[in-house]
Design a protein around this ligand. Structure first.
Ligand code: SF4
Length: 316
Protein backbone atom coordinates (compact mmCIF):
# COMPACT_ATOMS: atom_id res chain seq x y z
CA UNK A 1 0.00 0.00 0.00
CA UNK A 2 1.28 3.46 -0.88
CA UNK A 3 0.69 5.36 2.35
CA UNK A 4 -0.63 8.90 1.97
CA UNK A 5 -1.11 9.81 5.61
CA UNK A 6 1.45 7.67 7.47
CA UNK A 7 5.13 8.53 7.51
CA UNK A 8 8.15 7.15 9.26
CA UNK A 9 8.68 5.78 11.69
CA UNK A 10 10.99 8.69 12.50
CA UNK A 11 13.25 8.92 15.49
CA UNK A 12 11.83 11.78 17.50
CA UNK A 13 13.74 13.50 20.27
CA UNK A 14 10.60 13.57 22.39
CA UNK A 15 8.80 10.32 21.54
CA UNK A 16 11.47 7.83 20.52
CA UNK A 17 10.45 5.74 17.51
CA UNK A 18 7.35 7.54 16.28
CA UNK A 19 4.95 6.64 13.48
CA UNK A 20 3.70 9.96 12.14
CA UNK A 21 0.16 10.50 10.88
CA UNK A 22 -0.49 13.53 8.71
CA UNK A 23 -3.99 14.85 9.46
CA UNK A 24 -3.86 17.68 6.92
CA UNK A 25 -2.50 16.42 3.59
CA UNK A 26 -1.35 19.93 2.68
CA UNK A 27 0.32 22.86 4.39
CA UNK A 28 -2.73 23.91 6.41
CA UNK A 29 -2.03 25.60 9.73
CA UNK A 30 -3.15 28.33 12.09
CA UNK A 31 0.47 29.52 12.25
CA UNK A 32 3.33 30.05 9.83
CA UNK A 33 6.35 29.56 12.08
CA UNK A 34 9.75 30.77 10.94
CA UNK A 35 11.28 27.46 11.95
CA UNK A 36 8.65 25.16 10.41
CA UNK A 37 10.44 22.20 8.87
CA UNK A 38 7.66 21.39 6.38
CA UNK A 39 7.85 24.79 4.67
CA UNK A 40 5.65 27.91 4.49
CA UNK A 41 1.95 27.61 5.39
CA UNK A 42 -0.28 27.68 2.31
CA UNK A 43 -3.72 27.78 3.99
CA UNK A 44 -3.50 30.00 7.09
CA UNK A 45 -6.72 29.20 8.91
CA UNK A 46 -8.59 28.28 12.09
CA UNK A 47 -11.32 26.46 10.16
CA UNK A 48 -11.85 22.86 11.26
CA UNK A 49 -12.68 20.35 8.52
CA UNK A 50 -12.03 16.62 7.89
CA UNK A 51 -8.94 17.52 5.82
CA UNK A 52 -7.82 13.89 5.97
CA UNK A 53 -10.92 11.80 6.78
CA UNK A 54 -10.77 9.32 9.66
CA UNK A 55 -11.69 6.49 7.28
CA UNK A 56 -8.53 7.06 5.20
CA UNK A 57 -6.22 7.28 8.24
CA UNK A 58 -7.68 4.18 9.90
CA UNK A 59 -7.49 2.12 6.71
CA UNK A 60 -3.81 2.96 6.42
CA UNK A 61 -3.12 2.17 10.08
CA UNK A 62 -4.93 -1.12 9.64
CA UNK A 63 -2.83 -1.89 6.58
CA UNK A 64 0.36 -0.97 8.49
CA UNK A 65 -0.61 -3.50 11.16
CA UNK A 66 -1.54 -6.22 8.64
CA UNK A 67 1.76 -5.81 6.77
CA UNK A 68 3.62 -6.18 10.10
CA UNK A 69 5.58 -2.98 9.48
CA UNK A 70 7.61 -1.54 12.40
CA UNK A 71 5.72 -1.25 15.68
CA UNK A 72 6.48 2.27 16.91
CA UNK A 73 6.88 3.62 20.45
CA UNK A 74 4.12 6.16 19.73
CA UNK A 75 1.56 6.89 17.02
CA UNK A 76 1.92 10.63 16.62
CA UNK A 77 -0.77 12.81 15.08
CA UNK A 78 0.75 15.83 13.40
CA UNK A 79 1.99 16.21 9.84
CA UNK A 80 1.93 19.09 7.41
CA UNK A 81 0.10 21.49 9.74
CA UNK A 82 -1.93 21.76 12.94
CA UNK A 83 -3.65 18.38 13.56
CA UNK A 84 -6.43 19.81 15.76
CA UNK A 85 -7.77 21.55 12.64
CA UNK A 86 -8.93 18.11 11.50
CA UNK A 87 -12.54 17.78 12.68
CA UNK A 88 -12.26 13.96 12.56
CA UNK A 89 -9.68 14.11 15.36
CA UNK A 90 -11.67 12.13 17.98
CA UNK A 91 -12.53 9.28 15.58
CA UNK A 92 -8.88 9.09 14.53
CA UNK A 93 -7.54 8.94 18.09
CA UNK A 94 -10.09 6.37 19.24
CA UNK A 95 -9.63 4.26 16.07
CA UNK A 96 -5.82 4.30 16.37
CA UNK A 97 -6.04 3.17 19.99
CA UNK A 98 -8.30 0.27 19.03
CA UNK A 99 -5.96 -0.83 16.24
CA UNK A 100 -2.79 -0.50 18.36
CA UNK A 101 -3.86 -0.97 21.99
CA UNK A 102 -0.23 -1.22 23.19
CA UNK A 103 1.01 1.94 21.48
CA UNK A 104 0.18 5.31 23.04
CA UNK A 105 -1.33 7.96 20.79
CA UNK A 106 0.39 11.33 21.00
CA UNK A 107 -0.83 14.61 19.52
CA UNK A 108 1.47 17.48 18.56
CA UNK A 109 -0.28 20.82 18.72
CA UNK A 110 0.61 24.49 18.43
CA UNK A 111 -1.97 25.11 21.20
CA UNK A 112 -4.02 27.61 19.17
CA UNK A 113 -7.24 25.57 19.41
CA UNK A 114 -7.01 24.71 23.10
CA UNK A 115 -9.29 27.63 23.95
CA UNK A 116 -12.08 25.62 22.26
CA UNK A 117 -13.75 23.28 24.83
CA UNK A 118 -14.69 20.81 22.05
CA UNK A 119 -11.05 20.44 21.01
CA UNK A 120 -10.00 19.92 24.62
CA UNK A 121 -12.63 17.18 25.01
CA UNK A 122 -11.44 15.46 21.81
CA UNK A 123 -7.78 15.62 22.82
CA UNK A 124 -8.62 13.92 26.10
CA UNK A 125 -8.79 10.59 24.20
CA UNK A 126 -5.02 10.76 23.54
CA UNK A 127 -2.49 9.46 26.06
CA UNK A 128 0.09 12.20 25.45
CA UNK A 129 -0.38 15.77 24.25
CA UNK A 130 2.63 17.85 23.23
CA UNK A 131 1.59 21.48 23.08
CA UNK A 132 4.06 24.16 22.09
CA UNK A 133 4.29 27.65 23.52
CA UNK A 134 7.42 29.37 22.27
CA UNK A 135 6.83 32.70 23.90
CA UNK A 136 4.45 34.63 26.12
CA UNK A 137 5.63 37.99 24.75
CA UNK A 138 3.18 39.30 22.17
CA UNK A 139 5.71 40.88 19.77
CA UNK A 140 7.87 37.73 19.85
CA UNK A 141 4.78 35.56 19.24
CA UNK A 142 3.86 37.57 16.14
CA UNK A 143 7.47 37.42 14.89
CA UNK A 144 8.20 33.74 15.42
CA UNK A 145 4.82 31.99 15.04
CA UNK A 146 3.07 34.38 12.60
CA UNK A 147 -0.46 33.31 13.68
CA UNK A 148 -3.53 33.66 11.45
CA UNK A 149 -6.32 36.15 12.17
CA UNK A 150 -8.31 35.15 15.26
CA UNK A 151 -5.43 33.60 17.22
CA UNK A 152 -4.85 35.44 20.52
CA UNK A 153 -1.83 34.65 22.69
CA UNK A 154 -3.59 35.29 26.02
CA UNK A 155 -6.38 32.87 25.00
CA UNK A 156 -3.81 30.19 24.18
CA UNK A 157 -2.36 30.51 27.68
CA UNK A 158 -5.83 30.26 29.28
CA UNK A 159 -6.70 27.29 27.02
CA UNK A 160 -3.57 25.45 28.13
CA UNK A 161 -4.38 25.99 31.81
CA UNK A 162 -7.98 24.82 31.27
CA UNK A 163 -6.68 21.76 29.46
CA UNK A 164 -4.36 20.92 32.36
CA UNK A 165 -7.32 21.04 34.75
CA UNK A 166 -9.47 18.78 32.58
CA UNK A 167 -6.96 16.28 31.15
CA UNK A 168 -5.68 13.19 32.95
CA UNK A 169 -2.95 12.25 30.41
CA UNK A 170 0.60 13.53 30.03
CA UNK A 171 1.26 17.09 28.89
CA UNK A 172 4.74 17.58 27.46
CA UNK A 173 5.28 21.25 26.77
CA UNK A 174 7.76 22.38 24.12
CA UNK A 175 9.45 25.76 23.95
CA UNK A 176 11.47 26.27 20.78
CA UNK A 177 13.99 29.09 21.00
CA UNK A 178 15.32 31.08 18.06
CA UNK A 179 18.34 33.33 18.33
CA UNK A 180 17.50 37.00 18.94
CA UNK A 181 13.74 36.41 18.67
CA UNK A 182 12.30 34.64 21.71
CA UNK A 183 15.44 33.76 23.69
CA UNK A 184 14.91 36.84 25.86
CA UNK A 185 14.90 37.35 29.63
CA UNK A 186 11.37 38.75 29.38
CA UNK A 187 10.09 35.52 27.83
CA UNK A 188 12.02 33.37 30.30
CA UNK A 189 10.52 35.20 33.31
CA UNK A 190 6.98 34.85 31.93
CA UNK A 191 7.49 31.18 31.03
CA UNK A 192 8.76 30.44 34.52
CA UNK A 193 5.60 31.81 36.14
CA UNK A 194 3.36 30.16 33.56
CA UNK A 195 4.98 26.71 33.87
CA UNK A 196 4.63 26.87 37.66
CA UNK A 197 0.85 27.25 37.13
CA UNK A 198 0.56 24.76 34.26
CA UNK A 199 2.47 21.92 35.97
CA UNK A 200 3.26 20.03 32.73
CA UNK A 201 4.58 16.47 33.00
CA UNK A 202 7.65 17.50 31.05
CA UNK A 203 9.16 20.58 29.46
CA UNK A 204 11.46 20.43 26.45
CA UNK A 205 13.49 23.54 25.71
CA UNK A 206 14.77 23.00 22.19
CA UNK A 207 15.94 24.79 19.09
CA UNK A 208 15.97 24.08 15.37
CA UNK A 209 17.89 21.00 14.32
CA UNK A 210 16.58 20.90 10.74
CA UNK A 211 16.15 23.45 8.00
CA UNK A 212 13.28 25.87 8.73
CA UNK A 213 10.92 27.68 6.37
CA UNK A 214 12.55 31.11 6.69
CA UNK A 215 16.17 32.31 6.49
CA UNK A 216 15.32 34.56 9.48
CA UNK A 217 15.22 31.46 11.69
CA UNK A 218 18.54 30.86 13.42
CA UNK A 219 19.11 28.19 16.04
CA UNK A 220 19.64 29.37 19.61
CA UNK A 221 23.16 28.70 20.87
CA UNK A 222 23.90 25.83 23.28
CA UNK A 223 24.73 28.21 26.16
CA UNK A 224 21.31 29.87 25.90
CA UNK A 225 19.55 26.51 25.86
CA UNK A 226 21.53 25.39 28.90
CA UNK A 227 20.75 28.63 30.76
CA UNK A 228 17.01 28.29 30.06
CA UNK A 229 16.96 24.66 31.15
CA UNK A 230 18.76 25.57 34.35
CA UNK A 231 16.41 28.48 35.06
CA UNK A 232 13.30 26.35 34.49
CA UNK A 233 14.51 23.37 36.52
CA UNK A 234 12.80 24.44 39.75
CA UNK A 235 9.35 24.58 38.07
CA UNK A 236 9.54 21.83 35.46
CA UNK A 237 10.72 18.28 34.96
CA UNK A 238 13.11 18.88 32.07
CA UNK A 239 13.77 15.76 30.12
CA UNK A 240 16.81 14.88 28.10
CA UNK A 241 16.31 13.42 24.64
CA UNK A 242 15.67 9.67 24.85
CA UNK A 243 18.60 7.40 24.11
CA UNK A 244 18.82 4.98 21.24
CA UNK A 245 15.67 2.90 21.35
CA UNK A 246 15.86 -0.19 19.23
CA UNK A 247 13.12 -0.57 16.61
CA UNK A 248 10.82 -3.47 17.45
CA UNK A 249 11.24 -5.39 14.19
CA UNK A 250 13.88 -7.20 12.23
CA UNK A 251 15.53 -5.19 9.47
CA UNK A 252 15.65 -8.23 7.18
CA UNK A 253 11.86 -8.25 6.97
CA UNK A 254 11.85 -4.93 5.07
CA UNK A 255 12.00 -5.36 1.31
CA UNK A 256 13.70 -2.83 -0.94
CA UNK A 257 10.33 -1.55 -2.15
CA UNK A 258 8.99 -1.18 1.39
CA UNK A 259 12.20 0.59 2.50
CA UNK A 260 11.94 2.97 -0.45
CA UNK A 261 8.29 3.79 0.38
CA UNK A 262 9.05 4.31 4.08
CA UNK A 263 12.00 6.57 3.30
CA UNK A 264 10.14 8.66 0.73
CA UNK A 265 7.10 9.07 2.99
CA UNK A 266 9.31 10.03 5.88
CA UNK A 267 11.20 12.64 3.82
CA UNK A 268 7.89 14.10 2.63
CA UNK A 269 7.22 15.24 6.19
CA UNK A 270 10.67 16.05 7.53
CA UNK A 271 14.19 16.59 6.13
CA UNK A 272 16.53 13.87 7.47
CA UNK A 273 20.02 12.48 7.04
CA UNK A 274 20.72 8.89 5.95
CA UNK A 275 21.84 8.16 9.53
CA UNK A 276 18.49 9.44 10.93
CA UNK A 277 16.62 7.26 8.46
CA UNK A 278 18.70 4.16 9.09
CA UNK A 279 18.22 4.46 12.87
CA UNK A 280 14.47 5.14 12.63
CA UNK A 281 13.55 2.54 10.06
CA UNK A 282 16.04 -0.03 11.27
CA UNK A 283 17.67 -0.83 7.94
CA UNK A 284 21.39 -0.78 7.23
CA UNK A 285 22.97 2.56 6.36
CA UNK A 286 24.17 1.15 3.02
CA UNK A 287 20.59 0.23 2.07
CA UNK A 288 19.35 3.70 2.95
CA UNK A 289 22.06 5.23 0.76
CA UNK A 290 21.11 2.99 -2.16
CA UNK A 291 17.46 4.01 -1.83
CA UNK A 292 18.46 7.69 -1.58
CA UNK A 293 20.54 7.42 -4.76
CA UNK A 294 17.54 5.95 -6.57
CA UNK A 295 15.14 8.57 -5.24
CA UNK A 296 17.60 11.33 -6.27
CA UNK A 297 17.83 9.80 -9.74
CA UNK A 298 14.02 9.78 -9.99
CA UNK A 299 14.02 13.43 -8.80
CA UNK A 300 11.66 12.51 -5.96
CA UNK A 301 14.01 13.97 -3.33
CA UNK A 302 16.65 16.74 -3.27
CA UNK A 303 19.55 17.56 -0.94
CA UNK A 304 18.66 20.08 1.81
CA UNK A 305 22.11 21.15 2.90
CA UNK A 306 20.97 24.24 4.82
CA UNK A 307 22.48 22.83 7.99
CA UNK A 308 25.77 21.79 6.41
CA UNK A 309 24.89 18.16 7.01
CA UNK A 310 23.72 15.63 4.45
CA UNK A 311 19.99 16.26 4.84
CA UNK A 312 17.49 15.29 2.15
CA UNK A 313 13.91 16.37 1.64
CA UNK A 314 11.16 15.12 -0.70
CA UNK A 315 10.03 17.14 -3.68
CA UNK A 316 6.41 17.95 -2.74
S1 SF4 B 1 5.81 24.46 13.10
FE1 SF4 B 1 3.81 23.56 13.48
S2 SF4 B 1 2.56 25.27 14.12
FE2 SF4 B 1 4.31 26.14 13.13
S3 SF4 B 1 3.71 26.41 10.96
FE3 SF4 B 1 4.72 24.41 11.12
S4 SF4 B 1 3.05 22.99 11.44
FE4 SF4 B 1 2.23 25.02 11.91
Amino acid sequence: MDFKTLYGPVRSGRLGLSLGVDLLGKRICSMDCLYCEVGPTLAHTLQRLPYTPAKVVLEELSSWREQKLPTPEHITLGGLGEPCLNSDLPEIIVGARKLFPDVPVAVLTNSTLLCDPDVRRELAFAQVVLPSLDTLVEREFLAINRPCRGVVLSQIAVGLLDFRREYAGAINLEILLLQNINDTRENLALQKDFIAKLRPDRVDVVTMTRPGSSPLAKAADPQTLAAWREALKPVARLTKAPGQIQPRFAAETISKVAASELILNSLRRRPQTPDDLAAAIGVKNAQVRMVIDELLFQELIVPAKDFGDDFYRAVL
